[in-house]
Write a protein that binds this ligand. Sequence first.
Ligand SMILES: Nc1ncnc2c1ncn2[C@@H]1O[C@H](COP(=O)(O)OP(=O)(O)OP(=O)(O)O)[C@@H](O)[C@H]1O
Ligand SMILES: [Mg+2]
Length: 269
Amino acid sequence: MRHVYPDRTEVSLCGVEFAVQPGEIVAVLAANGAGKTTLLQHITGMLRPVEGSVRVFGLDPYKEFEKVRTRLGVVFQNPAEQIIGPTVAEDIAFGLGHLKLSRQEQAARVEAILQRLGITHLAGKVPHYLSGGEVKKVALAGALVTAPELLVLDEPFAELDIQAVGDLVGMLRTVSREEGTAIIFTSHQLEPAALLADTVYVLNEGQVAAKGKPLEVFQQQDILEQSRLQAPDLFRLVDLLRRAGLDIEPNLDIRQVAAQIIAAAENSV
Ligand SMILES: Nc1ncnc2c1ncn2[C@@H]1O[C@H](COP(=O)(O)OP(=O)(O)OP(=O)(O)O)[C@@H](O)[C@H]1O
Ligand SMILES: [Mg+2]
């Protein structure tokens, strides 16, 4: 896929072929300026490639914008741009417009999603006065309220505090498992991405530099570094310990890694 912006900036994503299945969570990992947002804008039909093709639900998202848009939820990298309602609750309800629900049904859906995201206290607030992290959550509520088949999130972890990241990972995994929602998200933060994604793609210079399960991809540290990314510290630590001869398996859970180190230390005494 290739895109040329009006100022002639070219973004090529050669051979970037990914199919996302219902219930699957896919991460697109790449450094600043690599083309993550450009890629997502093609998926959501906001941009059209000059070369290559994009299919969402078997449709061209640019040509059949409305048909595709009603089936997907999007949170932009800068979500303040997408919040337009006078209050948080009204903004979230806005997405339900095309579903022809009764007033009570609408209110119940909004209430349920506010609860799911732990932001019921923000319902009456004027969006302009929300904090950065709150804006992200409100935009996410607006994207999820229609129960989309596909959720597209551009840098969902940026601006969230550590607890909010954990909550978001848990919530999105639940949504994906219970409702079969497919999720595509971008990130340059590898640790939360690893906890959320089933499959990760690393993009570098317009190519897929690595693809696979997070545990597999994060062991390819040279490829990550070439792509201006870095494996989570826990992986780098395990790698150093393995190089030093310790028999430790890479793991995303710090407690499990600690248990392995303790066991290795006890064995060596
Ligand atoms: N509207 C635009 N007009 C011109 N150039 C653009 C436009 N949008 C993006 N670009 C350029 O396209 C390239 C890819 O940008 P993109 O926003 O897709 O990167 P990204 O991977 O999302 O980066 P980040 O991690 O900073 O969000 C960059 O070189 C950027 O300057
Ligand atoms: Mg971006």
